[in-house]
Design a protein around this ligand. Sequence first.
Ligand code: MSP
Length: 544
Amino acid sequence: MKRFYITTAIDYVNGSPHLGHAYEKVLTDVIARFRRQMGDQVHYLTGTDEHGQKVQASARKLGIEPQQFADQVSAEFRKLITRLEISNDDFIRTTEERHKTVVRQVLQQLFDKGEIYKAEYKGFYSTRQEQFLQEKDRLPGGAWPEIYGEVTEITESNYFFKLRNYQEWLVEFLTKNENFVFPRYRQKQVLEFLKEPLNDLCISRPRERLEWGIPLPFDEGYVTYVWFDALLNYYSAVADKPGVWPATYHVIGKDILVPPHAVYWPIMLHAAGIPLPEGIIAHGWWLQSGAKMSKSTGNALNPLDLVDEFGADAFRYFLIREMNVGQDSEFTREQFLVRYNSELANNLGNLVNRTLNMTTRFAGGVLPAAEITEDLERSLQELWAKTREEVITLCEGFQFHTALERTMAFLTETNAYVEKRAPWKLGKSAEAKDQALLRTSLATMAEALRLAVAVMQHVTPTATQKINAVLGYTPGARWQDELVWGAKLNGAKVEAALVLFPRPTPPATPAPAAGAKPAAPKAKAPKPPKPGKPDTGAAPTAGR
Ligand code: MSP
């Protein structure tokens, strides 16, 4: 069994989770579930980043202790991952003793090796980013960019980690390991950053300025810089689990690649003599109206609202289907509804309904065996063989959005097959050939459905499980064996119906004000459901 250890970034607890946080958990979950299906021994870690100025300040504003505040917000993140059906094996909080112990050990070790020294620092400090700034960080006019918030000039003694000594080593390492960062073009950005000389990293904050942190083991007058503390979570969480470290992948957003994950982290590990992770996956941002979704810009979307409305599977499906890992994506409710309606409710939902409905009507609810293989069956089976190979290769390369597109194309072809075979017509014929074709078409559509949901399992685990259940099917232990076209459903007793992706009720639109122009129809907007029609999730042709 191949060991596969994957992590998400740990979220700051100074604000509630939003869609960007949810995406990272879901993406990592899809990778983790996929690797488990491929037979790897997966360990999936996520958690919360609880120290630092921002948390201290947010707690003070509420008049509570930072620990109490962190407890509350960390619980929100835990609730989110449960609702999103995340299959994590562990959840780490940086305020836990197991983490603090390891941070202190690593600091002491680096200090003893002479990798950390004390010096006086005079310069500019951004409280919002909790980092020291350099002249090169200024805008051309001399002002500090908005992202730094309030910048103050300070002079203080601090501890520094000898980052600079390892610059050459890191360049060499990245040049040798071209695939350390995914997507590859982001690795080039790291090398670009490394063209400028590195400064040593200030890893302490005097206690009088910041109390909420891990005290340095060699000087209690200081706490540890929050990034130095946070990065070590990946290692501290498995310190007592032999054989798990090193990490296979750290999944993070592109904003925290350079310098924390691609510069500080490899150097910290190398200096401490700890093996490096195999790679880093840097995903893009969810945007709203072109801007990064974030709490501070006020455009953050609560993922739980969408999960409440559409269910975890639909939410996970949309995030993975819509975003090409590494690139940014604009979130709009319209686009969500387009995918929900056309791909989940219509394409997949339609096939589920037809299969259950027609097997019930024409075969007494028991799936028959396929008896005839004509061109229609042959070409669908050939398409499946190609789809299966492509989907696995695409998922191995994190191209989950394209894998889902191929799966949807296969479902579309399966629905087209059903249209062509028209079992509802065959069912009316008493001819032996028509009866054999009827049984063949029922078996074929059920088998195609079983296979399609098997390759969606890591994205829509509950829907896959529910569909298997209504097909009267229990999958075997080896996922890849499940992907072979066969006769696994022969004789299975199916349920009569399943409503998986009900059509959403459109929000009541207020009557336009007198004289107001009617709103221009939005491009790609989904068709609203027909009024007055009971919503069973069934497509118009189901049950014909
Ligand atoms: N606490 C640090 C990470 C420390 S890891 C040792 C942090 N926290 S965060 O809460 O600000 O962000 C957590 C993760 O969410 C990051 O990987 C970040 O890129 C991601 N996202 C935050 N907003 C995002 C979007 N709008 N879109 C996608 N992901 C983004 O940084």
